[in-house]
Design a protein around this ligand. Structure first.
Ligand code: NAP
Length: 320
């Protein structure tokens, strides 16, 4: 029987449970995909943590599951098993990347054909299933901060899923990249073309030493007060600071706020447009998807615990 992982209540990863699912049917303009890899992203545990809204799980369905609970899993890669009547250009048996999608923590997923991209042969399943959420977010941030040749850009959270994309894509734009990370991740950042600096007290001084000519732009993938304060101190033009984290202080700082919260720019078009290029770059090997660990579908809770605890650099991926 095909399986799906879903939260059964609001809380910590213990609320995740594996349930049986019916194989979905393709909409006329959609496909069904047998999932081979589903990227794990912080949003996946944030949606059932209760962080986004008041929690009311007093209404339970027949199976005792609080309803309605959010679905989880926004990206995946797999093999097409059905196509809708209006779909052209993709067929049964094709290996594809799917983003955005919902309920990707599953053996099968239904998706609109507009979310489907052919998986490059040289890209692993795990890399393909975890490329696009972080990749499109990084592109949006670099666009918002107007990063290009000749810039020196400070990347906060450079060793995270979004950060590793941001570091590589900024370097590919011809920028000099300074990236914050824990010491254990510095060699990886050097390998990807960045100068690593440790975050924590004294960060301003370390960045100044690494970039004596100054910092022209900053992208904040860490969301800490320190990342905001250091960016404000070092970047002369606040419109060249972009953050993917929302916070009251960020809202008042005159910087660019990116994402799906109040006052943030979702960047729908720039993110959608970026997908094709990201798939090509990852397929050619120009863009590396660093996979930290893979987990069987039934171990989604372990993957979330690892994500919450902080983990080896790169993506966590479920492999149904
Ligand atoms: N707004 C949007 O559209 C959007 C989209 C995607 C993600 N996000 C959010 O952006 C954040 C990053 O996402 P992600 O997928 O990259 O997460 P991730 O893979 O878990 O990476 C987070 C990184 O933060 C770093 N970090 C931890 N403590 C830090 C500190 N005090 N200062 C600086 N860096 C620190 C860690 O680096 P070390 O391991 O080196 O310590 C870690 O690699 C999450 O909060 C996520 O929800 C927002």
């Amino acid at each position: 029987m095909p399986r799906i992982v879903r939260p059964t209540a609001y809380g910590t990863p213990e609320v995740l449970a594996v349930a049986d699912m019916a194989v979905p049917r393709a909409a006329a303009d959609g496909v069904v995909v047998r999932v081979r890899a589903a990227g794990v992203n912080p949003i996946d545990w944030k949606v059932y943590s209760g962080a986004f809204h008041a929690v009311d799980d007093s209404h339970k369905d027949a199976a005792g599951i609080a309803a309605p609970m959010p679905s989880i899993g926004l990206e995946c890669a797999g093999v097409v098993t059905e196509t809708g009547t209006k779909v052209t250009g993709v067929g049964i048996g094709d290996e594809v990347i799917v983003y955005p999608v919902t309920s990707a923590y599953a053996d099968y997923v239904a998706a609109p054909a507009t979310s489907v991209f052919r998986k490059p042969a040289g890209l692993s399943w795990a890399g393909a299933g975890s490329l696009l959420l972080t990749g499109t977010t990084a592109v949006h941030a670099l666009e918002a901060a107007e990063v290009s040749t000749g810039d020196t850009v400070l990347v906060h959270g450079g060793s995270g899923g979004v950060g590793l994309m941001g570091v590589q894509l900024a370097a590919a734009r011809g920028a000099t990249v300074i990236a914050t990370a824990a010491e254990r991740n510095h060699q990886l950042l050097r390998d990807l073309g960045a100068t690593p600096v440790a975050y924590g007290p004294g960060l301003v001084g370390r960045v100044r030493a690494a970039a004596p000519g100054g910092v022209s732009a900053a992208v904040d993938f860490a969301g800490t007060d320190e990342a905001l304060d250091v960016s404000l101190e070092l970047v002369p033009d606040r419109q060249r600071i972009a953050s993917i984290a929302g916070s009251p202080r960020r809202g008042e700082a005159g910087i660019k706020l990116l994402g799906y919260g109040p006052g943030q720019d979702a960047g729908t078009e720039v993110r959608a447009t970026a997908r094709h290029d990201l798939v090509e770059r990852a397929g050619s090997g120009e863009l590396r998807v660093v996979v930290a660990a893979t987990y069987p579908l039934g171990e989604a809770a372990q993957a979330h615990r690892a994500g919450l605890a902080g983990h080896a650099p790169g993506k966590l991926v479920l492999t149904p």
